[in-house]
Design a protein around this ligand. Structure first.
Ligand code: NAD
Length: 296
């Protein structure tokens, strides 16, 4: 296994994922929020350093990105003429793994640019939320060349219970976008069903108990509802804006495929509306709150 591993993006997910990297690796951490990176580094055992510039990744054999979206990933990885990005600073032969939920077409372009610099690239997005990140039970879907996937498998297995090679560059990000489009659609439908049940006079806790044990149950009722919607804490730990981004990625794939998608189109329109109505820092679970606030 590679012994010098960089990790960039220590937010809701990255901060928990990095804790599972082996203690016998030298981990180099970076986040725009340096204080946050330093606090996370303090909680890790073994060799850990906090980088203040991308040059400090020159000795990394593998660098993992867990950033908001492709725009940020490209800014970090490609940089600009005046300030070249990570692929120009890593040593040839190193491996860049984008575990963010990024745009598959942009990931394919990034893989090609990385290859020109002798850097291998994998897209390896995750599913399972902050709970999966904390428990290292994420489902990880990997796109890229088979030898690179095998090289990364040991590290990825530290953070997830399932690592699946799903295709070439971009395939992981494509599957992640489609998965989240499906999850968002189930979330929207669940919100409407609970709002209708409440209007009828059903107790939401009783509805949840029954639906979660019945055919209408899902990750949404199993995990999101009890953690953030029923107790009205609205803090699932996944930004509504990030889910909206994923719905957009999924829909562009669906539209490009020319697939029949009346329900998905309606779902995407609902998420557009929610994004406009929600606060900029809204949590995914705020979608259900918005739905309930529409009740008379
Ligand atoms: P987040 O916003 O909590 O964290 C992003 C981190 O990236 C922040 O700490 C931010 O400071 C840092 N960052 C932003 N720009 C940077 C830059 N230029 N250089 C260095 N650091 C920078 O997001 P998150 O919830 O951890 O999500 C990360 C990715 O994982 C997203 O693509 C998201 O869609 C995906 N994802 C999230 C969840 C979830 O439940 N939160 C689940 C699965 C996948």
């Amino acid at each position: 296994m590679d012994k010098v591993v960089g990790f960039i993006g220590l937010g809701a997910m990255g901060s928990k994922m990095v804790a599972h990297l082996p203690a016998d690796t030298h981990r180099i951490l970076f986040d725009l929020d340096t204080e946050r990176a330093q606090a996370i580094a303090k909680g890790l055992s073994g060799a850990v350093s906090v980088a203040t510039t991308l040059d400090e990744f020159a000795k990394a054999q593998v660098v993992i990105l867990m950033l908001p979206d492709s725009a940020v990933v490209d800014a970090v990885a490609l940089g600009q003429a005046a300030s070249p990005g990570l692929i120009h600073r890593l040593a040839p032969g190193s491996l860049l793994i984008d575990m963010s939920s990024s745009d598959p077409m942009r990931s394919q372009a990034l893989a090609a640019r990385a290859a020109e610099c002798g850097i291998a690239f994998l897209d390896a997005p995750v599913s399972g939320g902050t709970v999966g990140a904390e428990k290292a039970t994420l489902a990880i879907m990997v796109g890229g060349e088979a030898p690179d996937v095998e090289r990364a498998r040991g590290l990825l297995r530290c953070m997830g219970s399932q690592v699946t090679h799903v295709g070439g560059h971009g395939a992981g990000h494509a599957l992640k976008g489609l998965n989240n489009l499906l999850a968002a659609t189930i979330f929207a439908a669940t919100s409407e069903v609970f709002a209708a049940g409440e209007r009828f006079g059903l107790d939401p806790a009783v509805m949840h108990q029954v639906i979660n044990a019945s055919s209408g149950g899902s990750f949404v009722t199993n995990t999101i509802w009890p953690r953030s919607v029923l107790p009205k804490t609205w803090n699932f730990g996944f930004a509504l804006g990030l889910m909206h981004k994923d719905v957009g990625i999924g829909m562009s794939l669906v539209r490009a495929a020319g697939a029949e998608a009346r329900l998905l189109e309606e779902s995407a329109a609902l998420w557009d509306e929610a994004k406009k109505q929600a606060a900029s820092n809204a949590d995914l679970s705020d979608y259900a709150r918005l739905m309930m606030s529409k009740m008379p």
